[in-house]
Design a protein around this ligand. Structure first.
Ligand SMILES: [Cu+2]
Length: 124
C-alpha cells in the first residue's frame, strides 16, 4: 500500500518536471535595448523557433526587430505579426529588420506563415 502511494507521488512529480521542462525552460525573454537613435533594437535568431521568443518593449518608441533566419526550412520563411498587420518574408541566412512603433500596451503574438512557430511581443 505504502509503496503504491510512493510510486504515485514519484509519477506525479515526474509529470510536473516534464511539463515544467517543456513549457518553461525553453522560454527566453529579452528586453529590447534602446540604441542611440532612439530605436529599441532586438536580434532574433530564427531556427526551428524564435530565440528569444518573448520580447519586451516600451510603447511609443520605434522598435526594430532584426530577424536572422539561420535555416532553410520552409516553415520559417515568413514572419507574421497578425495584430500589427505585418507579414514579411525572411530570406535564409540573412537579417531582415522589421520596424514599427507600438502604440498600445499589451501582448502581441508573432508566428511563422503557418502559425506553428510562435513568439510573443510584450509592450509595456
Ligand atoms: Cu511554419
Amino acid at each position: 500500500m505504502q509503496t503504491q502511494i510512493l510510486i504515485t507521488i514519484i509519477g506525479v512529480l515526474l509529470i510536473i518536471l516534464v511539463n515544467w521542462y517543456f513549457f518553461f525552460s525553453k522560454r527566453k525573454v529579452t528586453q529590447a535595448t534602446v540604441e542611440a537613435e532612439g530605436i529599441q533594437e532586438v536580434k532574433v535568431i530564427v531556427k526551428g523557433g524564435y530565440s528569444p521568443d518573448v520580447i519586451v518593449v516600451k510603447r511609443g518608441i520605434p522598435v526594430r526587430i532584426n530577424f536572422y533566419r539561420d535555416e532553410t526550412a520552409e516553415c520559417s520563411d515568413t514572419v507574421v505579426f497578425g495584430d500589427l498587420k505585418i507579414r514579411k518574408p525572411l530570406p535564409a541566412f540573412k537579417t531582415t529588420p522589421i520596424q514599427f512603433t507600438p502604440e498600445k500596451p499589451g501582448e502581441y503574438t508573432f508566428t511563422c506563415g503557418m502559425g506553428m512557430m510562435r513568439g510573443k511581443l510584450i509592450v509595456e
